[in-house]
Design a protein. Structure first.
Length: 422
């Protein structure tokens, strides 16, 4: 009996050590950020559970500013540790919204902008952070209110005028716009999206949206939560992304929103990352490669090396000869973590054409530019699918059992969706 109790004590101690080690690994592996994190989330009504998880989420991620939509009426859930809260001026008439600002930053409310509309809930103010000032807006555009886009654009213009008056770096607006459009990575357009795309001045503003859907539902989803920023701020904004792993009790993934985050940098990072290159074996000239090695190995200097030097020096000389022959007869290609093995020069050209067409349409949204943008997108998608099919056929043509297993693992990593939410 004593032995059993001692074994149980040892198991509990071992379990505690493993839990501490796991907690340490999670802390170390947590990705760091250089800029200040700004987050927006439609919480679909603050509750005791969502308030508790939201408080923990803000602390764990060191969020500077949190923008929340559909806060609801309950006052006790609108307090977060080390954060100051600013509410909309409509007293949650349209489900409400609020901005939470870290105590380290200064925030001055601008209710005169919010009072331009009584039908949409917004919060506006001046954020003072790291010697710069920004006009910040949190917007919740309720559905089935078509005048909401025009009222929001009036607020945006008012914010731009106040940014010039107060010498701010620019305007940054975030929230749930309920606006869908292919311009900001959604798969379709709706009325709100078309009105916003037509009404916004693309020479003064840009939309920064993640690549994933921000509203998840069982029958699909949409990208309706994003950031609208002055073009002067665009270069200071980075890493716009969603956090599918966060459980804030907003309804997701069954039906609800996920957090959308971005980094606001005080300066532009001019440090160029080292370009990684590797050999492109498809361009290897094997005939010249063989010839160069034969010339090297039959030379009198190499023959004298075989008799006079040690085995290690001979091996190093052979390695150097092979390296020189390879560099002379094989081209190199730039690679990154996002490089695709099926990518071709044709896809590169089509991708550049698609970017140009999209930029032309954003700059001047005419019917001709829209048609060119859609055509460029269709051409790129068809070429990409064809390249994928050819890559799969080439790889699976002559595979044994072990090779097939390895291939399908690589295939699933590249092409299979990481989750059913996407």
């Amino acid at each position: 009996m004593v032995t059993i109790l001692l074994d149980l004590v040892n198991v509990k101690c071992l379990k505690k050590r493993w839990l501490n080690l796991l907690h340490f690994i999670m802390m170390v592996s947590n990705p760091t950020h250089n800029g200040s994190l700004i987050c927006t989330i439609n919480i679909c009504g603050l509750s005791h559970r969502s308030h508790m998880m939201l408080d923990k989420y803000v602390a764990d991620n060191d969020i500077l500013l949190l923008s929340v939509q559909e806060t609801g009426m309950n006052k006790q859930f609108k307090c977060l540790n080390n954060m100051r809260m600013y509410e909309d001026t409509n007293q949650q008439k349209n489900k409400g919204c609020a901005i939470f600002v870290n105590n380290k930053a200064m925030f001055t409310p601008l209710p005169e902008i919010s009072m331009l509309s009584k039908s949409i809930d917004t919060v506006w103010g001046i954020l003072k952070w790291q010697s710069k000032s920004y006009i910040i807006g949190n917007v919740y555009l309720k559905l089935d209110y078509q005048a909401g886009i025009n009222e929001y654009l009036k607020m945006q213009n008012k914010a731009a005028d106040m940014a010039a008056t107060h010498k701010c770096a620019g305007v940054l607006v975030m929230g749930d716009f309920n606006a869908r459009h292919q311009i900001w990575n959604d798969i379709s357009d709706n009325k709100y999206g078309k009105l916003l795309e037509q009404g916004i001045d693309w020479t003064k503003y840009c939309i920064r949206a993640p690549s994933e859907r921000t509203f998840l539902a069982g029958n699909g989803g949409s990208l309706i939560d994003f950031f609208v920023a002055s073009t002067s701020l665009d270069k200071y904004i980075s890493k716009v992304h969603t956090d599918y792993g966060a459980n804030l009790y907003s309804g997701a993934p069954l039906r609800g929103h996920v957090p959308v985050l971005m980094e606001l940098n005080s300066s532009v990072n001019t440090n160029k990352k080292e370009v990684k290159k590797k050999l492109d074996m498809n361009t290897m000239d094997w005939i010249n490669w063989t010839r160069d090695l034969e010339i090297c190995f039959t030379s009198s200097s190499f023959k004298s090396l075989l008799t006079a030097n040690s085995t290690e020096e001979i091996c190093n000389s052979i390695d150097e000869a092979i390296k020189q022959a390879t560099e002379s007869n094989c081209q190199k290609k730039t690679v990154s973590p996002h490089s695709k093995p099926f990518w071709t020069k044709e896809l590169t050209n089509l991708s550049e054409n698609l970017r140009k067409a999209q930029k032309s349409y954003i700059t001047r949204n005419t019917d001709d530019n829209l048609a060119e943008f859609k055509q460029a997108k269709d051409d790129f998608e068809q070429a990409r699918k064809l390249a994928c099919q050819q890559f799969i056929m080439e790889k699976t043509r002559n595979l044994n059992v072990a090779q097939a297993s390895k291939f399908w693992k690589e295939f699933n990593r590249l092409f299979k969706p990481t989750a059913t939410l996407r």
